[in-house]
Design a protein around this ligand. Structure first.
Ligand code: ARG
Length: 468
């Protein structure tokens, strides 16, 4: 009899009947997933309650037994929550551990729970439920980070700093504009996570091991009980699909790539050469040997851990790429990869947000960096264009003015309109502030540009996106 556990193992297996010898300890340890998949215990109980409710309603098992099993599962949930019950750590996985707890408490009737179900559709269901919760958590963190960026931007619409390409000064921008660029990246991250959630939100349960079931189940009812938006129409796909893990890991990877880029900005800005930002003591760390050090470890970890999340994505792409249909044990690797990514993102976003909220942005240093950097050269060329000169010619003329300044060891702002007119007659009568960075940013009023007034509109737009 299967429930006599003839293999003689210490812990009851869900599949002992066909075996005469116990599992080798090394193999049991390798096979075991309880140490990590117990994180899904609430989801497993929720899915089992929905399943057994449906079994009772459909008359697949007597409704009194279904009610008894559901009630006991609820009691187990309470007891695990309070610490009054715990998992047998020898159990193979969370599904076995919970079933064996149920069996201990209500006897053989517990075995009816697994009617019309396999661990293959069970684990896929649990993991989707977990992933939806995890995505919702990360969506909240992303929104909070976006609010932080907008809040800071709100106070920095007049703060001018060099805008760069190739890490060389290009054109001045305002700090709010720079920070809002990250807001829009994160808005896309938010969208990607919502899309991943949508594709996760489909019910695999009822697929059985792979081929469906002979029992008259009602999958739509289970989907409704669990809140799934749809039912997966193909049983093979239901048990073998881990696209939802890949979608989530890929959204998390792109999100971390964005964090890493912002981290790099902060790290560079925090160097003494730049000193565009000063970090609060509470988010910095010191050195064990160099007493003067104050290091931007949070930003470095955001940058470093991006690599770790990419690794989780690569793990799962590689695990899945050669798998024949349908379920294969390889797929058990999905849990640690996703858990690691969820934990990493959940640790980085709030800490990084704290770093930003407590940072002091050095407006004086940012402005000073735009002096003598030729970053208004495009504005001079644009002026000539407005006087009727073709842009190519204007580019050439201003290029020569820049060369003149480089040779003279001065910046463009040292040239007043008279000096400019001396170098190129078309500048005669040009505005006095033509080389000023304030005029440069202030003029960029076309939609999406860095003019303070335009950035104010961008802030309104950003706030609107978040509240819609
Ligand atoms: N722990 C397993 C996993 O995470 C559960 C499914 C086991 N199914 C099986 N046929 N062995 O994938």
């Amino acid at each position: 009899m299967a429930h006599d556990n003839p293999s003689g193992d210490k812990s009851a297996k869900l599949w002992g009947g066909r075996f005469q010898e116990p599992t080798d300890d090394l193999v049991a340890r390798l096979n075991n997933s309880l140490s990590f998949d117990q994180r899904m215990w609430r989801h497993d109980i929720r899915a089992s309650i929905a399943h057994v409710t449906m079994l009772g309603e459909q008359g697949i098992i007597p409704s009194s037994e279904a009610a008894q099993i559901a009630a006991e599962l609820r009691a187990i949930e309470r007891d695990i929550q309070s610490g009054a019950a715990s998992f047998d750590q020898e159990a193979e996985d969370i599904h076995s551990a919970l079933e064996s707890l149920l069996t201990q408490r209500i006897g053989p009737v517990a075995g009816k729970l697994h009617s019309a179900r396999s661990r293959n559709d069970q684990v896929a269901t649990d993991f989707r439920l977990y992933t939806i919760d995890a995505i919702d958590h990360i969506l909240g963190l992303v929104r909070s980070f976006q609010h932080c960026l907008v809040d800071i931007a709100d106070g920095e619409t007049e703060t001018v700093l060099p805008g760069c390409t190739h890490l060389q000064h290009g054109q001045p921008v305002v700090l709010a504009h720079h920070l809002l660029a990250y807001f829009w990246m994160m808005e896309r991250d938010h969208e990607r996570l919502v899309q991943a959630r949508h594709r996760t939100n489909a019910l695999p349960l009822g697929a059985g091991a792979l081929a469906g079931t002979t029992f008259p189940i009602d999958r739509q009812r289970v989907a409704d009980l669990l809140g799934f938006a749809s039912v997966i129409p193909n049983s093979l796909d239901a048990v073998s699909d881990r696209d939802f893990v890949l979608d989530t890991l890929s959204a998390a990877s792109i999100l971390m790539m964005h964090c890493s880029r912002l981290a790099e900005d902060i790290i560079v800005w925090n160097t003494p050469e730049f000193a565009f930002v000063a970090l609060h003591d509470s988010v910095a760390t010191g050195s064990s040997i160099m007493p003067q050090k104050k290091n931007p470890d949070v930003a470095e970890l955001a940058r470093g851990k991006a690599g770790r999340v990419f690794g989780d994505l690569m793990t799962m792409l590689t695990v899945m790429k050669g798998l024949p249909l349908s379920y294969n044990k390889d797929m058990q690797e999905d849990k640690e990869a996703l858990f690691d990514a969820v934990d990493t993102v959940s640790a980085i976003l709030p800490a990084f947000e704290r770093l930003l909220r407590t940072a002091i942005f050095r407006r004086d240093r940012m402005l000073a960096a735009t002096t003598g950097d030729f970053s208004t050269a495009t504005d001079l060329a644009d002026y000539l264009v407005r006087q009727g000169m073709p842009f190519r010619a204007a580019h050439e003329v201003v290029g020569r003015i820049v060369l003149h300044c480089v040779n003279a060891g001065i910046g463009l702002e040292s040239l007043d309109s008279e000096a400019l007119a001396g170098l190129a007659g078309e500048f005669a009568g040009c505005p006095a502030d033509i080389t000023s960075v304030a005029a440069s940013v202030g003029g960029r009023t076309a939609f999406g540009g860095t003019a303070p007034a335009t950035v104010r509109e961008q802030i309104t737009l950003a706030r609107g996106v978040m509240s819609s």
